[in-house]
Design a binder for this molecule. Structure first.
Ligand SMILES: Cc1cc2nc3c(=O)[nH]c(=O)nc-3n(C[C@H](O)[C@H](O)[C@H](O)COP(=O)(O)O)c2cc1C
Length: 382
């Protein structure tokens, strides 16, 4: 299944695995795909440690890093405000709503000093200054691909990456954004449809991918959103994509650091149980419905804050919820959720990441063979 993008990036199969878990990057890259580490939310020290581990565990293999630098966020004019200036912009009403929600679900306290910290690694990494620090670390490792989600790829990062022979990529949810990324000199465009887990727009993969392929040719396009098995990988190739950029499927891999209660919820969920909600980052992101999303989607309650204020507001609450769920407590289990795609109904068991990749590629080959057979049989009849 080796094609142009595989040759460009030194991989055996055109499957890109976005993940926050370094062990998933290692497993996928060693199995011939490309693991891409999501750096937003890691902070400089954690990113450095993760890349050191991956570099040692994947000698000679291709892997990448993904940043989130949106076009719009609070404090953009200044390249990102410091934590203290941002903290003053979090309304008291939001703080008390959140505190009441945690009380209502009897979520246990954790480290009292943190209760009013309102710091968030994610909140800091999605600003220009934060993303630049992460990009500099990423570019000091032998990565093959640097990707940006949400915003136009910054010229400064692109020039540095290209001078090191590193390709650049960007996620888009609309044709006009794809054209903007082409003009910004990006090497690979990732057309991500509505089905996807995480930040997503409102156009479906099936409609978006062919339109982006046509608009940015000859730049290679990866299809993202709704690809978790070989049938869907074959569909992505049929739409004109060079490969698939996948995220949710790896959350159920054995190597993933997904919260165990979340994995159990995914096993029970069906495709109708996700929604696009601003309740986790302040921008629309597809996630599993839970008491948390219900509370934030309720029109009687405050609206989520813009990025990065919302992540700062909820950072400590989210840690409390995870810990509460860890302890098997009811409130935490009801509130906890995570980003996931509409493919969640396919996620019934945990499997090693290499096996997921191998089965995806094998099934894709079978599907393409079967479809080729159908085309031939029609030709034979006519
Ligand atoms: C848990 C999770 C976190 C994500 N975080 C990011 C991120 O930080 N940066 C990014 O570019 N995309 C992020 N995404 C989107 C993925 O890169 C990818 O486009 C998407 O998962 C593809 O659709 P799928 O979920 O149907 O596989 C995330 C997706 C998930 C499921």
């Amino acid at each position: 299944m080796k094609n142009y993008i595989c040759e460009q990036l030194g991989i055996d199969v055109p499957v890109f695995a976005f993940t926050h878990s370094p062990d998933v990057v290692i497993a996928v890259s060693n199995a011939g795909g490309m693991g891409v580490l999501g750096a937003a939310g890691m902070g400089p020290e954690k990113l450095d440690q993760a890349l050191q581990k991956i570099t040692e565990a994947c000698p000679g293999k291709s892997f990448g890093v993904d940043l989130i630098l949106p076009n719009n966020y609070v404090g953009k004019e200044q390249g990102g405000l410091d934590i203290n200036s941002l903290k003053t912009q979090i309304p008291e009403g939001h703080k008390s709503f959140l505190e009441d929600l945690l009380k209502q679900y009897d979520v246990a306290e954790i480290d009292a000093d943190q209760a009013n910290a309102f710091t968030s690694t994610f909140g800091q990494s999605v600003t220009y200054k934060g993303a630049r620090t992460l990009a500099e670390i990423a570019l000091s490792y032998p990565i093959k691909l640097l990707v940006n989600a949400l915003g136009t790829f910054p010229a400064e990062f692109r020039e540095k990456a290209h001078s090191l022979g590193i390709k650049t990529g960007a996620l888009v949810g609309q044709v006009k954004h794809a054209i903007r990324q082409k003009e910004a000199g990006v090497d690979v465009i990732i057309a991500q449809g509505y089905e996807a887990g995480g930040h997503t727009g409102d156009i479906a993969t099936m409609a978006l991918v062919p339109q982006v392929v046509d608009a940015v040719a000859p730049i290679p396009v990866l299809a993202a959103g709704g690809v978790a098995d070989g049938r869907q990988l074959a569909a992505a190739l049929a739409l004109g994509a060079q490969g698939a950029w996948t995220g949710s499927v790896w959350l159920m891999s054995k190597e993933a650091e997904t919260h165990p209660v979340v994995k159990e919820k995914f096993k029970e969920a069906d495709a109708s149980q996700t929604l696009r909600s601003r309740s986790t980052t302040g921008k629309h992101a597809r996630q599993l419905r839970s008491a948390w999303t219900d509370a934030w989607e309720n029109p009687d309650n405050p609206n989520p804050l813009p990025m990065p204020l919302h992540s700062m507001l909820i950072d400590n609450a989210q840690r409390r919820i995870k810990e509460d769920a860890n302890q098997g407590r009811k409130g935490g289990k009801e509130l906890i959720n995570y980003f996931v795609s509409q493919n969640v109904g396919l996620f019934t068991e945990e499997r090693p990441a290499a096996e997921i990749l191998e089965d995806m590629v094998k099934e894709c080959d079978e599907v393409l063979g079967r479809i080729g057979g159908l085309a031939n049989s029609k030709t034979n009849k006519s």
